[in-house]
Design a protein around this ligand. Sequence first.
Ligand SMILES: Nc1ncnc2c1ncn2[C@@H]1O[C@H](COP(=O)(O)OP(=O)(O)OP(=O)(O)O)[C@@H](O)[C@H]1O
Ligand SMILES: [Mg+2]
Length: 265
Amino acid sequence: MNILEVRDLKIYFYAEQGIVKAVDGISFDIKKGSTLGLAGESGSGKTVTALSILNLVDPPGKIINGQIKYNGASLLDLDAEKMRMLRGKEISIVFQEPLTALNPVLSIEEQMYEMLLAHRRLSKNGCHKIVIEYLKKVNIPSPQKILKDYPHQLSGGTRQRVMIAMSLLLNPKLIILDEPTTALDVTIQAAILDLLMQLKEEMDLSILFITHDLGIIAEIADDVVILEKGRVVEKAGTLEIFENPKNDYTKRLLNAARFLEVSPL
Ligand SMILES: Nc1ncnc2c1ncn2[C@@H]1O[C@H](COP(=O)(O)OP(=O)(O)OP(=O)(O)O)[C@@H](O)[C@H]1O
Ligand SMILES: [Mg+2]
């Protein structure tokens, strides 16, 4: 059973210099309850693919072809209001740099309340309880202490935890993580990956995990899609990709992550 199905998706940018085929006919599935890793070099189309799922591709970019189905229902046909209801509630997204994704002029508490109140009728007290519960879920030790803080006052790791808490606040089924740990140092990165895997089980999530780092994919993904210049060059179970990569580009990515012995020819 697939939670998400993408078919022959094409996203083009109509720039002054000409048409950029950022995504050029890709197809992939995310099985319910699984983690799909989407990997590829910078510019291969990973972020644009993620944005298209929630219809967030802005001009000059345009989805010009394809199907995106969530639990069998077509997402590209949804009107703006239905899509707004779905964002955060069914599918949510976490970006690489939480400083740009969080609102700089609202405290953590204010932005989390705002998100809850956009979808649910709750008292202030009701909001408070849920916010504390979710900040605890992401292992922020004293949530009370950061409620009145503004995003820039938090460390990078805490900010990313807050982003993850916010993305889970409405209990979505599918969460898209676009390089969520790239800006963090290695030990914090590892802790956040552990947390995500734990939350996935606890909350019965399906995950689309975007990264250029196949080392991370090896740790957390069930299946992998490799993108090169807007096209899928390889698609398989994670073990299969690591044991028997078929495509030269995949092998180069694996080499970059030092997963292949370089043959001494
Ligand atoms: N606003 C834009 N105008 C023109 N082209 C764009 C725009 N945004 C993205 N693109 C093009 O779309 C392609 C895919 O971009 P995308 O951001 O999806 O790459 P990515 O795989 O996420 O890269 P990275 O690893 O650096 O985040 C790029 O080659 C880029 O040139
Ligand atoms: Mg990107």
